[in-house]
Design a binder for this molecule. Structure first.
Ligand SMILES: O=P(O)(O)OC[C@H]1O[C@H](O)[C@H](O)[C@@H](O)[C@@H]1O
Length: 558
């Protein structure tokens, strides 16, 4: 084990599978001045192809300071709202526009309702909850994300129907010049916070995107910024104790199979490297950190057939963690002490307050990106699924008439990209599907369901991991499309995809739009499955005609 290090409130314990490769890479990062160059926003660190994107994506390094003026502005608005008895904050935002707020509020123990779903039941339940006390924060960097626009429309109508002036109850966070800024100004919404445009969505935790909803909900955002500032000089230092360089070096070198340079010799399924980062919380004091880190790591690194797949597990005894194989780097959030020797040789323990860890992981991911040899600031494959979904929305009958290949109880079975013809039961279909997964590949379970009402679907992660012995991720659709979706299409091509959809009891219109929440949800699932199958990835789509019965049946089958 390398010597534990502490800097700026962060403690790192690293277990290195190849000390020589790790140390020489760390030395190289120090002598290349990677940390100070990153802090001075040098866009050349990731090669010529990444330079123009990196040139407008590096402002996150100094947000601890530059976001400070927002604190008073947000606090003043919160005081105004409380004086009006408006204390129920709902956030409409996808990916980088909601994942950080969720972890910040959960950790602070303050209530924030996050809407990053198109499930009609889940949206309807949110609309029915405390509307008289509700403020909606509509967050979108691009200002063009369909889910967020749909939520804004639904809330605007709901407020109006209840005799509440919607303009007083909607606040917007967006980039300057976005179509959402225009919409907000035309409508006269209460306030528009313009975010720093030189920060990408997944690095935006300490911009207005992270701070506005959480500060309005009552989290101590001043403290969060203080925590980031406390670690920032350690992250900027060109020395071997820098925790960002150390953690980034471990992730990059483990991915490359011990090679310091770019990952051209591959990882994962060919046995060369460890291409999965498995997160278990062992007492970090932070709630849901892995869900935020998931987007940062997957979207930043999962491209060109390379990258690190984040896997968030239930606890350190969960399948995929304690029994992790050589394709995995276990990460102990809260400290590695007393852990068993990892099979891959690589592991990390990370502790520290949330504000510091947000910045630490951003540095480490960008450093790992340099070692792996990708541009950590683009997301070249995310648009593909959106395009397919749009095409299906324009032709809404496509797909819905498709006949299942078999029906077993409450589960209709459809297969894409692999042969299902010999299966006549759910159990056989599942068996045939798992048989397509490569050794040291992964299974991605994707549930386009109601995260609250259908929460038992999340048990499928450990059930699949136990059954297959493969690293298994779980994501709620369409939320994961804005997080791990990039990796599924652009990362190591060793995944298989279990997609679950469910019957809709009552659909919900998207006001002034030709689609409903159910048709949008359907188009998103079908669009992503088509893109995956077109790339040769096996997709098993299970449609639950009765959600509760179907989840139960599937768990039993596994
Ligand atoms: O904030 P928005 O522009 O609405 O974008 C929300 C999300 O959209 C896409 O999926 C991007 O890949 C994500 O990085 C982003 O966080």
């Amino acid at each position: 084990m390398s010597v534990p290090s502490e800097a700026g409130g962060v403690r790192l314990e690293l277990i290195c599978g190849d000390e020589a490769a790790y140390s020489s890479t760390l030395d190289q990062l120090v002598s290349d001045h990677v940390a100070s160059r990153m802090t001075s926003q040098d866009p050349t660190l990731w090669g010529p192809d990444a330079e123009s994107e990196a040139g407008k994506r590096l402002s996150w390094v100094s947000l601890g300071e530059s976001s400070r003026p927002l604190v008073d502005e947000i606090t003043a608005l919160r005081d105004e709202l409380l004086a009006e008895n408006v204390d129920h904050i709902v956030l409409a935002g996808m990916g980088g526009s909601s994942l950080a707020p969720e972890v910040i509020c959960a950790t602070a123990g303050v209530e924030l309702v996050t809407l990053d779903t198109t499930d009609p039941g889940q949206v309807a339940a949110a609309l029915a909850d405390s509307l008289d006390r509700t403020l909606l924060v509509v967050s979108s960097k691009s200002g063009g994300t369909v889910e967020t626009d749909s939520h804004r429309r639904a809330y605007e109508k709901a407020f109006t129907d209840q005799g509440i002036d919607p303009t007083q109850r909607i606040v917007v966070v967006t980039d300057p010049g976005s179509p959402l800024q225009q919409t907000a100004e035309d409508a006269g919404y209460r306030k528009v916070f313009l975010a720093d445009p030189d920060v990408g969505g997944r690095y935006s935790a300490l911009t207005a995107f992270g701070l506005v909803p959480t500060g309005l909900a009552g989290a101590d955002i001043g403290q969060l910024l203080d925590e980031a500032v406390a670690v920032s000089s350690a992250l900027a230092a060109d020395d071997e104790h820098n925790p960002g360089l150390r953690l980034g070096a471990l992730l990059g070198v483990a991915h490359n199979g011990g090679a310091g340079a770019s990952g051209s010799d591959g990882a994962g399924s060919d046995g060369a490297g460890s291409d999965k980062v498995v997160f278990a919380d062992v007492g970090s004091g932070i709630t849901g950190f892995g869900d935020w880190a998931e987007q940062l790591i997957a979207e930043s690194t999962g491209k060109l057939g390379l990258g690190l797949l984040p896997v968030v597990v239930e606890n350190s005894r969960a399948p995929g963690f304690a029994d992790a194989k050589k394709d995995a780097i276990p990460v102990y959030l809260g400290g590695v002490e007393g852990s068993p020797e990892p099979t891959s040789g690589w592991a990390a323990g990370v502790s520290g307050p949330l504000g510091a860890q947000l910045l630490l992981w951003e540095y480490a991911t960008a450093v790992a990106g340099r070692i792996i040899g990708i541009n950590p600031f683009d997301q070249p494959n995310v648009e593909e699924a959106k395009k397919q979904a749009r095409a299906l929305l324009d032709a809404p009958d496509q797909g819905s008439t498709e006949e299942p290949q078999l029906t077993d109880g409450a589960v209709q079975v459809f297969g894409m990209g692999f042969d299902l013809s010999s299966a006549s039961t759910l159990a056989e279909a599942v068996q045939a599907f798992f048989a397509t997964a490569p050794e040291l590949g992964y299974v991605s379970v994707q549930a386009y369901l109601d995260r609250h009402a259908d929460r038992s679907a999340a048990d499928l992660r450990s059930a699949v991991a136990l059954r297959t012995g493969l690293q298994t991720t779980f994501g709620w659709g369409p939320r994961f499309l804005h997080s791990t979706g990039q990796y599924h299409k652009g990362g190591h091509p060793n995944g298989v995809f279990l997609q679950i959809t469910g019957a809709v009891a009552r659909d919900l219109a998207v006001p002034d739009r030709p689609y409903t929440f159910a048709s949008l949800q359907h188009a998103q699932a079908a669009g992503d499955a088509t893109v995956l199958a077109d790339k040769g990835r096996p997709v098993l789509h299970l449609h639950l005609t009765d959600r509760a019965a179907g989840i139960g049946q599937l768990l039993e089958t596994l």
